[in-house]
Ligand binder design. Sequence first.
Ligand code: GLC
Length: 491
Amino acid sequence: MTLRVALLAAECEPWAKTGGLADVVDALARALGRLPEAGDGLAAPVDVLLPRYRSVPVPADAELEPPLLVPDPAGRGAITAHIVNVAAAGYRLRLVDVPEAFDRDAFYDHPDDPWRFALFCRVALAALKRDGTPLDVLHVHDWHTGPALIERARGEAAGDPFFADMAVLLTIHNLAYHGWVPNEALGELGLRREEPLAGDNPAGIDLLLTAIERSELANTVSPGFAAEALTPAFGMGLDPALRAKGGRFFGVLNGIDPDIWDPSTDPVLAARYSRSAPSGKADCRADLLTRVGFDPADEGIVLGMIGRMDPQKGFDLLADGAADLLAAGTRIVVQGSGHASLADPFRAMAAANPGRVALIERFDRDMARRIYAGADVFLMPSRFEPCGQGQMIALRFGTPPVVRRTGGLADSVIDADEHPGEGTGFVFDEATPAALVAAVARAADLRADDVEWTALRDRAMSVDFRWDTGSAPRYLEAYRRAVALRRAGVG
Ligand code: GLC
């Protein structure tokens, strides 16, 4: 049987990105299209449906489908939507174009987000149904695509075989954002409090919970985080629902795309390097340090950190540990965008310590690559981390990561002191500045030994996180399992 699969997501690189979700959706869709099963056991290329936000660049040769007329989820008549098909690299990108919902500056944080994403799901499913081929698996991502489960339940209740035959896999990238819709806004989703579809919380509906409960299968993006998410400490209130899913909730470690992240071909870097010819990394270090106003001749350890300025990522741990790090001769390069207040301490530190602390307060793809390549160690002290991508990229760039022992970080970095001869970075336990500082000190100690450090870097660069052989086949397996569960009526 050939499976037809569509991915539904609020982000997809390079079209629309605020975080790792975008990279994963793009890389997974491409990897699925390259699997040996593609075209045979898997209809390829797969479809990725994405809202057409204002900033999405639409190529001139995009194909415009005839307009679709769908009922407004909030019951305010009918809405005209367009589907714009774009041949992306290895999949078909289908932009859901409804200007009143998406032609706005920011992707998220509008008061009518539940309505916007309910509409997105409705239009996406209407487009997939109009194709005329049954859809075996709808692969939804995070709360924004939770309304698809409401849509499916409605279609099924109406006796529509398109919905009755469609299995759903939910991938949770971010358990912290639920898509909470209070009772007063239920009408925006076309729901009434008393109907069973609205769930049994008397105060409103949690769209991520809805997707967890109603999907055949749910996963998160590492086995480590999947285990943590079952506990009240990490479950963000959803641990009971995840526990109730039993074996139908699991972890699949994300990959990275080794062609996108490749220091041996990256045109942005001052020099190219690889495992067999690593010397260019020193030029990348000198280039980074010069660009941020540090002395490139100073051999002292340089710490790089990149990420969304979100409390999840632990920027505050670095800020609070920075005085001790600076006292030990460490220099720090931080790149982040998001909550400006989290950047405040770094702004102050950079002003007070020119040449020792640098803050790049924006999302800058090129600069990020220079940091991955040019830093001596990469820092990722997340409080929780479903998977994390920075540590994987840092490994690929031969920059040993210092990470907290949590979620996907613990699954992807091996501590060099705990496992001599096998380690790829440094792992610390407590979410405290002192633990972070101690881990950086361990890295600095090992770095003092040239032979050991060269071997560590080499092992870091040898780690293979490619999707094609790793996680993409696991998703295909999950799709098959979801279909079997749907057929058996387990959902
Ligand atoms: C979210 C998670 C991150 C994960 C990414 C992609 O951003 O916080 O850990 O790597 O999604 O799955």
